[in-house]
Design a protein around this ligand. Structure first.
Ligand code: B12
Length: 142
């Protein structure tokens, strides 16, 4: 079954070519992609997930505030049990001063993300996005 994926940045991030790249990549993998765009408020993102019931929510951020905005987003999302089955991943350049996004992985995973990717981990991202989320779908449909 075709996976549906909501793709977005976070409220502070106006970079858009990362989204263009990820949309093309995910479409090549066979996903139906809903690209919400840049500087997306958290409540708008949550509304979009409620409306479209995706298998995946892919967050991309490169401006260096991704680890902070991402934490706010995942904590807000956890308040909605209906969204529990969605696989939520984040990646890009999540911090400043050239530090690796992986430095933030432990905190973000503990808060509820299913995976955290550094900007170079495209093969790892592809392999996760190729994995079936059939169980998630069933949960969402209830
Ligand atoms: C173009 C650009 C801009 C443009 C954006 C225009 C637009 N429409 O997108 C403008 C001028 C608006 C801009 C603004 C700013 N920018 Co800027 N920008 C860039 C620049 C030069 C290129 C970004 C780009 O388009 N790359 C092409 C895309 C395809 O690559 P990418 O974004 O890196 O995405 C790749 C990977 O990161 C990865 N990836 C990304 N997301 C995800 C998600 C997952 C799940 C996975 C697996 C992988 C992944 O996959 C992509 C393909 O390889 C970069 C420097 C650079 N060379 O990267 C700085 C850069 C991203 N910007 C930076 C900064 C600081 C800013 C500003 C804060 C500057 C300022 N003081 O105003 C503002 C922030 C604006 C905001 N509110 O977000 C910093 C971020 C620093 C950091 N994270 O440590 C960078 C890295 C420059 C630098 N070296 O300092 N920027």
């Amino acid at each position: 079954m075709k996976q549906r994926t909501v793709l977005s940045t976070l409220p502070s991030d106006s970079h858009s070519w990362n989204l263009v790249y990820l949309q093309l990549l995910l479409e090549e993998l066979g996903h139906e992609v809903i690209n919400v765009g840049t500087c997306v408020p958290i409540d708008v993102l949550i509304k979009k997930c409620h409306e479209s019931r995706p298998n995946n929510l892919v967050i991309s951020s490169v401006n260096g505030h991704g680890h902070l905005d991402g934490m706010k987003m995942i904590l807000a999302m956890k308040k909605y049990p209906m969204l529990k089955g969605i696989r939520v991943v984040i990646g890009g350049k999540l911090g400043t001063q050239g530090c690796d996004s992986k430095d933030y992985a432990e905190k973000l995973l503990r808060a509820g993300f299913d995976a955290v990717f550094s900007e170079k981990e495209i093969p790892e991202f592809i392999s996760l996005m190729n994995e079936d989320t059939k169980n998630n779908n069933q949960k969402i449909a209830l």
